[in-house]
Design a protein around this ligand. Sequence first.
Ligand SMILES: [Zn+2]
Ligand SMILES: [Zn+2]
Length: 256
Amino acid sequence: MHDYHVHTTYSDGDLLPRMVAAAEDAGLDGVGFADHCNVFETEGARAYRDAFGFNLDLTYERRRGAIERWRDRTDLRIYDGVEMDYHPDYEGDIREFLADANFQYAIGSVHAVDGANVHDREHFGGLSTAEREAAVETYVDRVCSLIDSELFDVAAHIDLVERNPALRGLMADDHYRRITDGLSGSDTVPEINAGRVLEDYGEFHPRDPFVETLLDAGVGFTIGSDAHEPGVLIDSVDRLEDVVAERGLPVVELDL
Ligand SMILES: [Zn+2]
Ligand SMILES: [Zn+2]
């Protein structure tokens, strides 16, 4: 099994050597480091990068050196990936950065809607039902344009809004259908993402009914623990192996 979605201290995860060791302990054949990266030239995006120290746009070569040294010391395959924030207004900047940086693969993510992080319970909890429905509509629009852009190998956690109790349950069949139609005609592959499976949310992304829609359309999945800590990586890979086996999910291996 290949886990293509692991974070290190090059964004908001744990130390790279600890994550490599966890990937070995989990029995993975391959691990891909996909640290957060944002290249939006807005004041808000810059403030966010500064506040959280998300600097992969500046540090990817240093991380690449570390990955190359690790490759000599383990049988585990280690991949040099990225989790890019996506917004349709910045496709040109993203394309240019990805061409320059030349990662082995890129995961695309919609993490924010109308300037608010999708996880923000206070912000979305304070909106009316109509406003929350509109936010989910915008989220789905963004995911569809992410897929249409063909900028990414993988589309991350394609129902991330489900993680926020204020937005949960607002994604419906027609949203599943729109995203599924986009994926059916695209080279971008969705992932089975275990980012919150061990926490209160307790489910994978995408949720079961969405997975059914994707399966009916013949869409396959990459595997992503979205782990930020070694213990979580090991437990998440366990859960991912179970769900892949139980549901007979078609797993896609990236051609790297
Ligand atoms: Zn993400
Ligand atoms: Zn992630």
